[in-house]
Ligand binder design. Sequence first.
Ligand code: C5P
Length: 426
Amino acid sequence: MISKLEHMKTASEPSCLRGKHILLAVSAGIAAYKAPLIVRTLRAVGAQVQVVLSANAHHFVTPTTLQAVTGSPVRQDMWDEAAEAAMGHIELARWADIVLVAPATANTLAKLAHGMADDLLSTTCLATQAPIVVAPAMNQRMYQHPATQANLKAVQALGYHIVGPDSGEQACGDDGPGRMSEPDELVAFLASLQVTSVLSGQHVMITAGPTLEPIDPVRYISNHSSGLQGLSIAEAAKAAGAEVILIAGPRVAASSAGIQRLNVVTALEMQSAVQEHLAGIDIFIGVAAVADYRPKLVEQVKMKRSGGESGSLTLEFVENPDIIAGVAQHRPKPLVIGFAAETNNTLEHARAKRIRKQLDAIVLNDIADPSIGFNSLHNAATLIFEHGEITLPKQTKRQLADTLISQLVLIFASQIADTNPGSMSE
Ligand code: C5P
């Protein structure tokens, strides 16, 4: 048996890619001839691989070769009626645990940087929630051009990982930076992303999104939560090897295959779903913005203007149950992590909330800053636990989710190991 921390150090062995779904996205550069070798290396460590080709990549590597080495049909056409009847690009985007764009030509990089979606490869990259790793490969002048350098910075800002390129002799006879990293380096990098597979064997429940509390058949009260942060945490926990159950409020975007999902509408429904599936849960992360109150009476027919003189309407509200506080009372007690969206005296309120609700940790969002939090792709937070506080600087919600999972594993190493000792053995 090894400790969780030791496990984190060893988890970047390529074997931690076993069973992972890797989508290899090949664009049209000479380095595409190495794509079959990348596939072989990935399959040798137990990964499942599918390939998507950009519109012109077939000029450099044949789909037949790639189909032979992956054992799966190669996807290259947005207008493949059979595949797209089932929304093939979305399925592919959801299937992937990691997308590796290798080689990434200057053109593909530019498309990724600007969010273009004009072929299957770029569309899939836009549609996926999985981490995207980009291996640039191009002529050294093209690589050093300020436009390409700006595009590299742009994709980094989107949270994509860049590997390479190497420097040296190029196919065109030039010498300089632009050679794609070797397949074994790329695979080693993908394995390093799986550092968070430390959650394997753990059962994680996450609530996400708003709840919606009906007033009458057409009206409701709700809040601005998009559910993206909760969804990203669910995806990060799954990528970390956990069995994930997501209790999702309305409007939460689609989650990957492999995440068990229950859709709910009201706080009461969310509470029932949580309680019903709580047995065996090791870690509970309450990200949902649960409505604190609901209308006392839900009118069965649409309410009409009263026509009275006061011109006002009074609704009576009753308090909703505090779902996370209920989870914290459950025995055996899972590790319980809450979120706090605050606008004023943020630290003070969040610290008090953690103690009042008996949470192991709370993630504080300062929602007074409109560039983060609700309806933003970015977030920044402070992770507050009994013995310390950690600042999680502004980053994409998916990056913040990955960082949060890594931090929780470090802080609660012994508790996470205790809940499921079997998962710690190698
Ligand atoms: O009290 P407040 O809503 O700020 O607490 C936020 C935390 O409590 C979040 O983790 C949220 O998911 C959880 N919560 C809950 N049930 C409620 C209200 C909040 O689980 N009724």
